[in-house]
Design a protein around this ligand. Structure first.
Ligand code: ADP
Length: 157
């Protein structure tokens, strides 16, 4: 059985993330969405809140679980017996970063493969920071995030 992890900050989860998770869940027997506790960027929601939001968004998929972690991503993957790391690619800019990260992770763990899925065109512009900027400016993010995430964002701002 191939176990894959889909790591990221997910602050908060949006429809672009959900699309990648749904598609990865059709490819791999088990998918763990892995939420990095302390990313090197300002976060709005703590790890438990981010985990809960992802859980609610993917509750309909029975081969997906959601966990948060604070060690190196490859170590977390090993601890879960995962052999694949899923990442999403939006634009060329993402490719450079993901390529560098994949090579670094390969140097750290030969046994773990990175698999990148291309974004759905509808979500190519979506990133969590843009969603926070829109909400902060009083804009409408429906169609970009699930309703429960929209509510959590409105409550936070
Ligand atoms: P972001 O804040 O940019 O959404 P994350 O660290 O939460 O970043 O992203 C986790 C993974 O999901 C990364 O591989 C990222 O490239 C991917 N991802 C983020 N947004 C999208 C999107 N709109 N379409 C496809 N993949 C995405």
């Amino acid at each position: 059985m191939t176990i894959a992890i889909y790591p990221g900050s997910f602050d908060p989860v949006h429809n672009g993330h959900i699309d990648i998770a749904v598609r990865a869940s059709r490819i791999f027997e088990h998918l763990i969405v892995a939420i990095y506790d302390r990313p090197l960027k300002n976060i709005l929601f703590d790890a438990v809140e981010r985990t809960e939001m992802v859980r609610r968004s993917l509750a309909h998929l029975d081969n997906v679980s959601v966990m948060h972690y604070h060690c190196l991503t490859v170590e977390f993957a090993r601890s879960q017996n995962a052999t694949v790391m899923v990442r999403g690619l939006r634009l060329a800019y993402d490719f450079d970063l993901e390529y560098q990260m994949a090579l670094t992770n390969k140097a750290l763990a030969q046994d773990i493969e990175t698999v990148c899925l291309f974004t759905d065109l509808n979500y190519a512009f979506l990133r969590s920071s843009i969603i926070k900027d829109i909400i902060n400016g009083g804009g409408d993010v429906s169609g970009m995030v699930p309703i429960h995430v929209q509510q959590a964002l409105s409550a936070r701002y």
